[in-house]
Design a protein around this ligand. Sequence first.
Ligand code: KG4
Ligand code: ZN
Length: 498
Amino acid sequence: MSVLLRGMRSDDVQAVAAIEAVSFAAPWSTDLFLQDLRTEGRFWFVAEGDGEVLGYAGAWVLGDEAHILNIAVRDGDQGRGVGRQLFEMARAAVAEAGAERITLEVRASNVTAIALYESFGLRGVGFRRGYYAETGEDALIMWGDAGRLRAPDEMLMLAIESSCDETAVAVIRGGHELLADVIASQVDFHARFGGVVPEIASRKHTEAIVEVVDEAMRRAGEALGREEPLGFGDLDALAVTHGPGLVGALVVGVSYAKGLALATGLPLVGVNHLEGHIFANVLADPEVAPPLVALIVSGGHTSLVHMSEWGVYRTMGETLDDAAGEAFDKVAKVLGLGYPGGPILSEMAAEGNRDAIDFPRAMLHSGDFAFSLSGLKTAVINHIRHEREAGREIDIPDLAASFQAAVIDVQVAKAVRAVKETGVRVFCLGGGVAANPALREALCEALRPLAVHVSVPPLHYCTDNAAMIAAAGFQRFLRGERLGLDAEAMPGLRLDTA
Ligand code: KG4
Ligand code: ZN
């Protein structure tokens, strides 16, 4: 059903009053509506769908100030953005009529409406105690600068990612346009240990975060053609990765974001790190939209996920033990090739023969979407030991190619099955291992005959970054989702409940 917005007419008043009667404890009568429609400085709009009134909004302009009276949407038509469109219509009309400020009162418990107004840049400035006489409930008074209210595609969000070993901050405008994308990698500090050391990760995040935020604000200012860095007052919202990941690492980003939200009054949104990896595709490819299947392969995860609509996920299967990236890292460590192992091994694999050594393809025929990589890792390590003990030189490119092929064969087979079973027309890859050229190619090749749109993220968005967190967070922000200031880092956060 398409929604039409237009000025309210007297023949709408009956339907409007009916919605009013179920939405407010002290509703206006049809007479009051009719009278107000005839009064100067009053603005009334309705949203119409299938010839019926779905909702309405009203505003008064008094001098340079506008007061939003009420916005209501019919039961059953809520949650589809009708309220947002009505507010935007009223806002544009009062700004046009010369209003500089907008005020309104909203039930203090109506978090959905408050989030909607916040997303237009309004801020809570105080309470009217016991304003709603029938229930004694408080009204939150909200205030915003009518001229400065931004449409969603003008809004600026700062996003923070600190779930593993990258301290990353991005500033995004309108969900798609990146103004800054700064990453401070700690990889050199972990390399000598052959893997991420959690204690080092948290300490390095603490050391880096203030500087990385400052740098992102500076670059965002530059991108907007300003001489000064962006100020926190220029922002409309904040997002942060609140799980899954290393708890001590997540805590740094989450605490910083909560502090910033408290100090600035900006709304804060929590993002699931794995959702971020899916949104690395959304950022780069406008065709990526649900329903879709995503394969997320990183140093910490190997999951096949079905996204039926924006924000709704079902994990179809995941690894029972090691993650794919972890297997790459461990094999590289045994070979003494350095850390992270994925990029080094995949480069070597390009020179080798994938059929040289027959490594196991665990769970290839398990009939489900689960993965297991620890057996493969052990088989590779045993092979290396065996060859060394026998005094034979190991052909590293052949070994790398054979190991990589064993990983890829299972991933591709399960991805194809997941696409067939769900019937989706879009598939995307995400996570650090998505940078692996052989995996990207094998997936594209296997899915092409199924006429599925395959999206692989640009290389710089494969590993951890805050741009992808910003893209995912912005969507959640517009949906009115918020993280409270009592929120905690959630190392085991599941995508299915995100
Ligand atoms: O997503 P990410 O940056 O961090 C986690 O959330 O884990 O992924 C890092 C992982 C590392 O294990 C790294 O070895 C792997 O991604 N990786 C690769 C490649 N590039 C990075 N694995 C295989 N082939 C690559 N080309
Ligand atoms: Zn990651």
